[in-house]
Each structure stands twice: as C-alpha cells, then as structure tokens.
Design a protein around this ligand. Structure first.
Ligand code: SF4
Length: 275
C-alpha cells in the first residue's frame, strides 16, 4: 500500500479504493461492520432500532488510544475519508484541512481506518439514547478524553450523539474540537452544553482565527488556530500550544502536561505552529 496517499488526499484527490482493500484484511472490524449494515437495513425498512440494537451499536464503537502530542489520551473519532465537508475543505488553498495529517495517518493504519469508518456510520446514522451510550467504556489515564482526534463532526446527529456520550460520562472531562459549529448549534440547543466539556472552535484558515458567531459565543471555550512560523514571527503571535524556545524551535508539545485547552480560565486563543 502506498505510504503517500495522505499527501494525495492533501492535494485534493481521495484514494478510497486503497482504503477498501485495506479494510478487507481485518475480520474483527468486518464483523462489526456487518452488525452496523444490518442495523442500517433495519432502519431503511422503517423498523425500530430498539434499545438492545442501540447497545449492540455502542459496543461496535472504537475508542482509540492516541499517541504523539495526545499521548495518554483516548478519543472517539470519525473518518475524514467519509466526511464530505473535510474532503471539500482539503481542496481549498489556505484552509488548514489541506494540511490534514489524519488522512495520511488513516492510510498508514488500516485497522484505525476501518474503526473510524464504523464509528462514522454509527454516529451519523443513528440517534442513540443516553441509556445506550452509558454502556460505552471510555478508558482514561488522566480523567480526560477527546472527541474527534482524527476527523470532524459530520452531522447534527453525530453532534447530538457526542453530547449524550459526554453527559453520560460525567466523571470524565472532554475536549471537543470542531470546525462545524452549525452541528453543535443544533446539538446544544436540543440537549444543552454538558458541564464536563471544553468546546474548541478550530479555525478554518491558517494564520487567521475564525470569528465565533454571536449565538455560539456562550458555548465556545477556545479558538484554536494554526500559524506558519514566518507569520507568527512577523506578527508577534504568541504560540501557546507547546513549549518553544526564543527562535520558535519546539521544546515539547504534550496535552497531558499542558492542559490549557481543558482548563477553565486559560487563554481564549490557542495558537499552534504549523508542523
Ligand atoms: S494548548 Fe496544550 S492542551 Fe491544547 S492542544 Fe496544545 S498542547 Fe494540547
């Protein structure tokens, strides 16, 4: 399998067939996928997705162990390869999605690719009750968890499901990253914003913090923006995601020792250097 199809995705050409070939190799995920497809057919026939069905779907959700900057964290994510909004943005000049590391990462790890596809199908197609979500096991080494480490929320249904997951796991603090405020507008208006959630608006453009719409100001805890080194130096941007020396050379960048995004009262604007 080519190692650079993430790059091809970055250049606006998806390589979905390679992902399909990759997915066939994993029998565990094929079994889970069969359950999800069965439920989708049931839904299409207009039959009720019972609480037992919902619990089966919840058991098919994969909570991923993260590495690198997010070492020690676990996340529930969906697939950028199945998200038309992500794919459209990946073609836009100046959009941070053109630098998407998640697509490259998916291609390297076939099992993750499949797991996120299953998560994507469940979270976007079924409105699952809080009672069923309460049965989801979310490991945590530090009392924190992340929503969407590899993709973005593709629908209001997905956002409502995430809100229910967060509320039913009130013993954990969640960080939710998204560019898609519109889906959370629906979710928060319907379900309320959970108290154990830091909601981070991820800026669309490099070097330009997105403006929070007036009706979402009460929900957004941070605006997260990525800057090029040249722009940050020229415009004296304070890079506060990660530790840097005076020449903006990175010393380290670990969420678990930083916690800025998860802590109340820290800077509203979180600024990261483009890697
Ligand atoms: S500011 Fe800190 S907590 Fe937020 S993403 Fe960066 S390293 Fe992680």
């Amino acid at each position: 399998m080519s190692k650079n199809c993430g790059k091809r995705f970055i250049n606006g050409v998806t390589n979905y067939e390679e992902y399909i070939d990759n997915r066939k190799e994993n029998s565990i995920y094929l079994s889970k996928k069969a359950i999800v497809m069965q439920m989708l057919e049931k839904k299409e026939r207009g039959e009720e997705i019972t609480l037992v069905d919902q619990m089966m779907l919840v058991q098919c959700i994969q909570v991923s162990k993260l590495t690198g900057k997010l070492d020690g964290y676990y996340a529930i994510s969906t697939s950028v390869m199945m998200n038309p909004i992500c794919q459209e943005r990946a073609r836009k000049d100046g959009c941070i999605c053109k630098e998407c590391y998640a697509a490259a990462c998916l291609n390297r790890y076939g099992s993750l690719c499949m797991a996120l596809e299953i998560n994507h199908l469940i979270l976007n197609n079924f409105l699952i009750s809080a009672e069923a979500w309460a049965t989801l096991m979310i490991p945590s080494t530090n009392g924190k968890a992340r929503i969407e480490a590899h993709g973005d929320t593709a629908s209001a249904t997905c956002a409502i499901n995430y809100v229910r997951i967060i509320k039913t796991h009130s013993f954990l603090e969640f960080g939710v990253w998204t560019k898609n405020l519109n889906h959370y507008r629906v979710a928060f208006n319907k379900e309320g914003k959970p108290a154990n959630c830091k909601f981070i608006y991820s800026s669309m453009e490099i070097n330009a913090p997105s403006v929070v719409p007036a009706d979402m100001v009460e929900y957004v805890d941070h605006v997260f923006t990525v800057y090029t080194k040249e722009y940050a130096i020229e415009h004296h941007i304070h890079i506060n995601c990660g530790r840097y020396d005076g020449n903006l050379e990175m010393i380290d960048q670990k969420c678990r020792s930083c916690m800025r995004c998860y802590t109340a009262g820290t800077e509203f604007f979180i600024n990261e250097l483009l890697k």
